[in-house]
Design a protein around this ligand. Structure first.
Ligand code: CAA
Length: 396
């Protein structure tokens, strides 16, 4: 067992942190206040090579492994959740799922442009009446010759208005007996009948784009299907294995950001002539943040290591996502507490961390879903079977 990060990992951490400090942080307070996402941010991320992290060099990636993806997510979310969400959706939910399930021809067709960031990918599973109960989705795909005709509506889709292509999970009409009624399709935005619109009034991640996507008789070529007919739900669950990893690692970045803000404030703010950092109740909250950050890193590093080794990690990533998001929300709540009235306004960043960390307890599996999953694993009700298609182990 080796707990040390390699020199390459340290380097990628530093360059992602620098990107966060220099590109994301300067205008994030204004963009969050105005609920304004910025398409140009994706180009800046592409230029910095961030949109290819986790994609093997054989498909145009920069050679940064799956653990690097977690490290980058941590550092980006230290700056703002909206930057990390881009990687969750584009690199995690979309590109890694394509790598896992795509035939060689499909990987070659799509991954190089995704790695370069010249195409942006998103993931559409959730619907107005299918959230935690994802299997209840009603967007329909009807096979018609060499195409699927897609009709329906997806919601809460990050990058809905910016994605060039979306991994869509739909209900397969007239599925043959014994075939699960789900299909996964890579749907290009330029197909006729595809439209999207942004969602307004979010509590958090206000500097990021989230929207609805509508399909009206969208004719998707059959060669854009990932896996076989019937694999759609499994493709979706695989995508969540990747997305949850990025959320778990990003959550550690929120805790680190809370710690940064609180350590500074605890030294600056004085009560009765003494720094509030000397107060034991403040120290308790600071100590909890340190624990959340360091335990959270161990949890996501383990998942990164399992990904690199080509091991199934559905249980471990659910645990990491659940625990790290809980710890991030606790840290952000305590950060507001430490800042007092200043924590209640956007002069300081901690109120943004508080709002952003709340969302991560809902998306990519609610706190309740992960609680149930962990109990089911422990009780033997849930057992992970070998996968039909695994994420390829990382080979340099
Ligand atoms: N990889 C591959 N296959 C998997 C899998 C995985 N990680 N997890 C499950 N499967 C397979 C199972 O082996 C099973 O296969 P068989 O039928 O051959 O046995 C099949 O998929 C069904 O699995 P389950 O029995 O576990 O299905 P379930 O109905 O019990 O799942 C659930 C319940 C775990 C709660 C699941 O519905 C779930 O995770 N719900 C939460 C959905 C979610 O996280 N949504 C967020 C969407 S993304 C988002 O938030 C927005 C955004 O923009 C990012």
């Amino acid at each position: 067992m080796d707990f040390a990060l390699s020199a390459e990992h340290e380097l990628i951490r530093e360059s992602a942190a620098k990107f966060g400090r220099q590109v994301v942080v300067p205008d994030v307070q204004a963009r969050d206040r105005e609920a304004r996402s910025d398409r140009a941010m994706l180009d800046r991320m592409a230029e910095a090579g961030l949109l290819g992290v986790g994609i093997p060099t054989a498909y145009g990636g920069p050679g940064a492994d799956y653990l690097s993806l977690g490290i980058v997510c941590e550092e980006l979310e230290r700056a703002d959740s909206s930057a990390r969400v881009v990687l969750s959706v584009h690199n995690g939910l979309h590109a890694l799922t394509l790598l896992q399930w795509g035939a060689e021809e499909q990987r070659k067709r799509w991954l190089p442009a995704l790695a370069a960031g010249s195409k942006i990918g998103a993931f559409a599973l959730t619907e107005p009446n299918a959230g935690s109960d994802a299997a209840n989705l009603t967007t329909r795909a009807r096979k018609d010759g060499e195409s699927y005709v897609l009709n329906g509506e997806k919601t809460w889709i990050s990058l809905a208005d910016y994605a060039d292509q979306v991994l869509v999970v739909a209900r397969l009409e007239s599925a043959p007996a014994g075939v699960a009624p789900y299909v996964a399709l890579i749907v290009s935005r330029d197909l006729e009948g595809f439209s999207s619109k942004p969602l307004k009034g979010k509590l958090g991640v206000r500097a990021g784009n989230t929207g609805q996507i509508f399909f009206e008789n969208v004719r998707v070529p059959a060669d854009a299907r990932l896996g076989e007919e019937g694999d759609g739900f499994k493709v979706a669950m695989s995508a969540l294995d990747h997305g949850r990893y990025t959320v778990a690692s990003g959550a550690v970045g929120i805790i680190a950001a809370c710690l940064d803000a609180c350590a500074t404030y605890a030294h600056d703010r004085k009560v009765g002539g003494e720094e509030i950092g000397k107060k034991q109740l403040v120290q308790q909250m600071i100590a909890n943040m340190v624990a959340g950050r360091d335990i959270g890193r161990l949890l996501y590093y383990q998942v990164g290591w399992m990904k690199n080794a080509g091991l199934r990690h559905t249980r471990e990533v659910s645990l990491a996502k659940w625990q790290n998001c809980n710890a991030a929300f606790q840290a952000a709540n305590d950060a507001v507490e430490i800042h007092g009235a200043y924590g209640y306004c956007d002069e300081f960043p901690v109120e943004r961390y508080f709002r952003n960390s709340r969302g991560a307890m809902i998306y990519e599996g609610t706190r309740e879903i992960h609680t149930l999953m962990q109990a089911e694993y422990a009780l033997g009700y849930r057992v992970d079977k070998p996968l039909k298609h695994s994420l390829p182990a990382w080979t340099v």
